[in-house]
Design a protein around this ligand. Structure first.
Ligand code: AMP
Length: 293
């Protein structure tokens, strides 16, 4: 496994692999790796000849009052964890390598990037889409791996790749959770013990929302108000957003049909913003009742 901090030597190394006809998979991360990230790496090494993991806490996706400086970093531990896998390249550039001059070109996926989390974090997804495009242009991967946990991000990247004809397959990896349901996140280490205990309310509310959708509830308001009541019963949870959307487009819907829906939640526990999601679909009538179809 080779560590690169600069673009040119990484490009040179990858060119040799590409010329040898090998496929390249990329796993973009902000580091402070945990088992959720490693699941993406595991998928990438299973499916691609060469794997690049990028580690970059991207300043342009953080707002002025957000937690850029507090975002946890530990490159040494990241490299140790990655050494357990046949990862070929780790790209961990300093900020000046990625943003050496003031940027004038950006990638903006609208309106997808302005809704939901984009409303709470204006400019966030422009930063994400722009840095992912830069990473794609540096690595030129065949496949790129993203977690379902950041569901809106995944949807935006898929749309960006489709609209801009980027020849990259986007692979979605299901959310990895703690035994009590909390979605793994680099931010979890900043939760106080009391907030950590309270944070399980998010996955519990998603479980309940999923159950209602699966059993055939058609009214999004019923699903959302049940979930909201559960979350608001936990005084340590500062609910920021709770939505039920079409899972493919993130369009708002008046009535739940047979198409899968995405349940999306963001909430603060102390200073820490947690996000979680669930994709749910109505079960067929026979599956609901246990009858033979
Ligand atoms: P981050 O370092 O938070 O930017 O995450 C890098 C990638 O790992 C993103 O595609 C995330 O969606 C994914 N990821 C983060 N947490 C998890 C998790 N608990 N399960 C699966 N994927 C995750």
């Amino acid at each position: 496994m080779q560590l690169f901090e600069r673009i040119a030597p990484l490009r040179a190394a990858l060119k040799a692999h590409r010329l040898a006809g090998e496929t390249i998979g990329v796993v973009p991360t902000m580091g402070y790796l945990h088992a959720g990230h490693l699941k993406l790496v595991e998928r990438a090494v299973a499916e691609s000849d060469r794997v690049v993991v990028t580690i970059f806490v991207n300043p342009t996706q953080f707002g002025p009052n957000e937690d850029l400086d507090a975002y946890p970093r530990d490159l040494e531990s990241d490299l140790k964890q990655l050494a357990d896998f046949p990862v070929d390249c780790v790209f961990a550039p300093p900020v000046d390598e990625m943003y050496g001059r003031p940027m004038q070109a950006f990638v903006d996926v609208k309106p997808l990037g302005d809704i939901l989390i984009g409303e709470v974090r204006p400019g966030h997804f422009r930063g994400v889409a722009t840095v992912v495009t830069k990473l794609f242009n540096i690595v030129q991967p065949d496949r790129a791996y993203f977690g379902e946990k950041d569901y809106q991000q995944l949807t935006i990247i898929r749309r960006m790749v489709a609209d801009l004809e980027m020849p990259i397959e986007i692979v979605a990896v299901p959310t990895v959770r703690e035994a009590d349901g909390l979605a793994l996140s680099s931010r979890n280490v900043r939760l106080s013990p009391k907030d950590r205990a309270a944070s399980t309310v998010l996955s519990a509310a998603l479980d309940e929302g999923e159950r209602l959708v699966t059993m055939g509830e058609r009214d999004p308001h019923v699903v959302l108000s049940t979930m909201r009541a559960l979350i608001e019963a936990e005084p340590r949870a500062g609910l920021q957003s709770l939505d039920l959307r079409d899972a493919a487009t993130l369009d708002a819907i008046d009535r739940i049909s047979d198409r899968p829906v995405a349940l999306l939640v963001t909430a603060n526990f102390g200073e820490v913003l947690l996000i979680d999601q669930r994709v749910a679909a109505r079960k067929s009538r026979s599956a609901q009742t246990g009858e033979c179809p």
